[in-house]
Write a protein that binds this ligand. Structure first.
Ligand code: NZQ
Ligand code: ZN
Length: 384
């Protein structure tokens, strides 16, 4: 196991009815900007619960944060927050709302063009405090310091990470997820699954705790994920999915182990170019990446096949083939196609995708930094 330090400052408040806890969690004299998306929270009662909990507080609303949130929208919110002298941000929604709110928090006191925080890794000295109510279990952003933002004008999708933007608290009420459409249910399960794989499917460093946690989370998603589609109002299933997605990317399983993140790097470029949902891009890339990297990931692929899929093949090559096939089947079963053509994309524009990766200084990627332009091309071509 590699050396590490671990500190996750986000307080989690989990369970049915917990949105009412907002009243106590928010600072008494705060001037709050309540941020949300395109209106799902108005249809499922979450908005009303938040408004009730905000009674007596000074707050303003900023709505319309889109999926794959736009930098341009963030800038509008920053102007409003400055004008209203906001000192606390409350994000209510999925990963996009929370990610956008993190950039609002960081941009408010940033001297210069806030896009540099993402594009040039420019340091930030402070950020407004954030609290959140999560309605879509997927990204883990509710208790991590990451944010992914799209500049609409240039179709660039970039990420930044900073400990200053960890939410102070995250309310996770599984009943808020009952209204998710099947596509977003699939997205959430696939995204969380791939977050675990990015931190698990590399090479062994004898990190037994991290491996067993990761395998437990993968099994939870495999067992419970498909059930959400047929039993959408089952609280226990929703609760297990929600907690698994948070645990997948709150830093715990990634400490002291090598990490990959190549599937995400390729996926972000696919979203920027083709507009596919984040998790859809991961469902396309991961299986072919597993095949392409089967030599360097060999030991972990065998461990994954045996422990997660219960495979017993004595022929290890065959076992790896089946482990990859099972992964693909699982994504498909959730409702996420695993090829470009599955989304009606006839030409994946591989060379443009690779150029974008080069432009963003993303290559080489992977835990061994061995995914070069040539290897990435093979991975994307195999996913046609
Ligand atoms: O905008 P509204 O009307 O709220 O509707 C949303 C949106 O259309 C809807 N939705 C959310 N909760 C709902 C609901 N509909 C019905 N009932 C509910 N309870 O779902 C749609 C998608 O929402 P979005 O927030 O975009 O989805 P998700 O949570 O999957 O977030 C995706 C974004 O997070 C980034 C992705 O790249 C993408 O931009 N990621 C962030 C990460 C992080 N910060 O750590 C890591 C991830 O790997 C990922 O890159
Ligand atoms: Zn992701």
């Amino acid at each position: 196991m590699n050396n590490f330090s671990f500190h996750n400052p986000t307080k989690i408040i989990f369970g049915e009815g917990q949105i009412s806890a907002l009243a106590k969690l928010l600072p008494v004299d705060a001037r709050i900007l309540f941020t949300y998306g395109g209106g799902s929270i108005k249809k499922n009662g979450v908005y009303d619960q938040v408004i009730k909990a905000l009674a007596g507080k000074t707050f303003f609303e900023f709505s319309g944060i889109e999926p794959n949130p736009h930098y341009e929208t963030v800038l509008k919110a920053v102007e409003i927050a400055k004008g209203k002298k906001i000192d606390f941000l409350l994000a209510v929604g999925g990963g996009s709302v929370i990610d956008a709110t993190k950039l609002i928090a960081a941009a408010i006191n940033f001297a210069g063009e806030p896009w540099d925080i993402l594009a040039k890794n420019s340091p930030i000295k402070s950020a407004l405090p954030i609290g959140c109510v999560l309605t879509l279990p997927a990204t883990g952003t509710e208790s991590n310091g990451n944010s992914v933002i799209t500049k609409f004008s240039t179709h660039e999708k970039l990420a930044f990470g900073n400990s200053l933007v960890y939410p102070q608290f995250a309310i996770l009420d599984p009943t808020t997820t009952y209204t998710l459409p099947p596509r977003q249910i699939a997205n959430g399960v696939v995204d969380a699954f791939v977050h675990i794989m990015e931190q698990y499917l590399t090479y062994p460093v004898n990190a037994k705790v991290q491996d067993r946690f990761a395998e437990g989370l993968l099994l939870t998603l495999i067992e419970e994920g498909p059930k959400v589609l047929t039993q959408p109002n089952d609280y226990a299933i929703r609760a297990n999915i929600m907690w698994a997605a948070t645990m997948a990317l709150n830093g715990l399983i990634g400490v002291g182990v090598p990490q990959d993140w190549a599937t995400h790097a390729l996926g972000h470029e696919i979203t920027a170019l083709h507009g596919l949902d984040h998790a859809q891009t991961l469902a396309i890339v991961l299986p072919t990446l597993m095949s392409q990297q089967r030599t360097t990931k060999r030991e972990k692929l065998i461990q994954y096949g045996k422990r997660v899929w219960g495979l017993t093949n004595s022929d290890e090559e065959k076992l790896i083939d089946v482990a990859i096939a099972e992964t693909k089947n699982f994504f498909e079963k959730m409702g996420a196609p695993t090829t470009f053509s599955g989304y009606g994309i006839k030409d994946s524009l591989t060379s443009t995708l690779i150029e974008k990766l080069i432009q963003h200084n993303s290559l080489p990627i992977g835990e061994h930094r061995d995914i070069t332009a040539e290897v990435a091309t093979k991975i994307l071509t195999a996913a046609a």
